[in-house]
Design a protein around this ligand. Structure first.
Ligand code: NI
Length: 167
């Protein structure tokens, strides 16, 4: 396993759409393991392939605790249902270090994905995990959490982000 460099804004790969994985190969599994190690090293609770410069539809997440880790490694994840009820949670992103904001999203979602053994699965998430999986799937579509903020908040944050990026 290897810790990979995490790409920060502004970088175009974070705005690109990742492509479906057609075959789950040893390389796919290796990349998912490297992504998990990179996420734990950061430390963070989620990472999408765009953030390490790969345009494959792969994400990893762990919203568990240190005592009870819950590693998810997902291939081609997609939201297949989301609740009308929404929840507002503070989010950050390893690609925008040091900048957090509250984001409103559906409170409960169901997702379909392929697991590391190449088997299609479904899962339901609520709370932090629900926000996390939506945040990570957004990455695969070139979307970042700041895009969910009002224009005013987004512009204010973006100015601060660019100031830090230049510093
Ligand atoms: Ni992120």
């Amino acid at each position: 396993m290897a810790v990979l460099p995490i790409i920060h804004v502004p970088n175009d790969v974070l705005r690109q759409t990742a492509k479906p994985v057609l075959d789950v190969t040893n390389e796919t599994r290796q990349l998912l393991d490297d992504m998990a190690e990179t996420m734990y090293d950061a430390p963070g609770i989620g990472l999408a392939a765009n953030q390490i410069g790969s345009l494959e539809r792969l994400i990893v997440m762990d919203c568990g605790s240190d005592d009870a880790p819950e590693l998810w490694q997902m291939i081609n994840p997609e939201i297949i249902w989301s609740s009308d009820e929404t929840a507002k949670l503070e989010e950050g992103c390893l690609s925008i270090p040091g900048h957090n904001a509250e984001v409103t999203r559906p409170a409960i979602v169901r997702a379909r994905y392929t697991n590391i053994d190449g088997i299609e699965q479904e899962m339901e998430a609520e709370g932090l995990l629900a926000a996390c999986i939506q945040h990570e799937i957004d990455h695969l579509n070139g979307v970042m959490f700041i895009d969910h903020l009002s224009r005013l908040k987004r512009n204010m944050m973006w100015k601060r982000v660019l100031k830090t990026a230049r510093a």
